[in-house]
Design a protein around this ligand. Structure first.
Ligand code: LER
Ligand code: MN
Length: 282
């Protein structure tokens, strides 16, 4: 398993001012860094690619669909904006040499829904993502869907639902991205969610039930890592917490969850490596 860090441990927006975080992640012993693609305007593909090469670090990318870009919107233009944005994310990901691209990419993140999603909305998400996945396939890029809790989306809350949408998309390069914070709210058991995704599991966000440092809260890490050990999970897993509290993220983090990004990494890494050792997951 490759252990990485989401850049949100240190910053809330990626730009050339944050390039040094790539060095920092490497120095702190991470196998990869996860870069957010929410603001492509400030994302310098050439500079990021060069820095990753210079430092010798792998990377993954992720994003969420913001307001105005919704694959499940009744407005065709809005759906098209989402598809165009996701294709741009795929292009940027491929441009920097990312190993995969994932996140809340199936419907607007934090959409105010008043009804459960209709079959038509599921189909619109599948149709939009099929177009994105086809483009990603031409660039050899895998993409993955991150189920998030019911307060953040009405479409994909569980591993089972992610697998259903993947089935509807019908492309081999689409997988599942689980997040322990969301799993703790929506799944019955961590192990069941992992077993359901099985070989489709491509990415995991590791955070506590309060989004703090892994190992300090209520998440059943034994149940998770026993199963990851059983399936010999060789994919990516990133520590995800939001240490830099800002008002521009829909994550509802209003208090300090870790003293700083470096502490999140050193303590989180020690804990996750100990779980890997316990369940013989290299
Ligand atoms: C959203 O709650 C989440 O878990 C993230 O991966 C997106 O930033
Ligand atoms: Mn996440």
């Amino acid at each position: 398993m490759k252990l990485g860090i989401h850049a949100y441990a240190w910053c809330s927006q990626w730009s050339n001012d944050t390039l040094n975080l790539i060095n920092r992640a490497k120095d702190l012993g991470m196998d990869f860094i996860e870069l957010p693609l929410m603001s492509l305007d400030t994302f310098d593909v050439k500079a990021v690619r060069q820095r990753l090469l210079d430092v010798g670090l792998e990377c993954c990318t992720s994003t969420v669909l913001l307001e105005g870009m919704d694959l499940t919107s009744g407005d065709a233009e809005e759906r098209q904006r989402a598809v165009s944005y996701l294709k741009q994310c795929v292009e940027v990901s491929s441009g920097i040499g990312a190993k995969q691209f994932s996140g809340v990419i199936y419907s607007q993140h934090v959409k105010l829904a008043i009804k459960r999603p209709s079959e038509k909305e599921w189909q619109m998400a599948a149709d939009g993502l099929r177009e994105v996945a086809k483009y990603a396939q031409t660039l050899g890029l895998p993409i993955a869907l991150e189920p998030v809790n019911r307060y953040e989306t009405y479409l994909i809350n569980t591993s089972e639902q992610a697998m259903r949408l993947i089935d509807m998309i019908g492309m081999d390069n689409v997988g599942v991205h689980l997040d322990t914070y969301h799993m703790n709210i929506e799944e019955k058991r961590f192990s069941d969610a992992v077993k359901l995704a099985d070989s489709k599991l491509m990415h995991i966000h590791l955070c506590e039930n309060d989004r703090g440092i892994p190992g300090t809260g209520l998440v059943d890490w034994d149940d998770l890592f026993r199963t990851l050990g059983e399936i010999n999970y060789q994919g990516y897993a990133a520590l995800e917490s939001f240490v830099d509290i800002t008002d521009n993220m829909s994550t509802w983090v209003w208090r300090q969850l870790a003293p700083n990004g470096d502490t999140l990494i050193t303590e989180g890494k020690a804990f996750i490596r100990s779980m890997q050792e316990k369940y013989r997951l290299v």
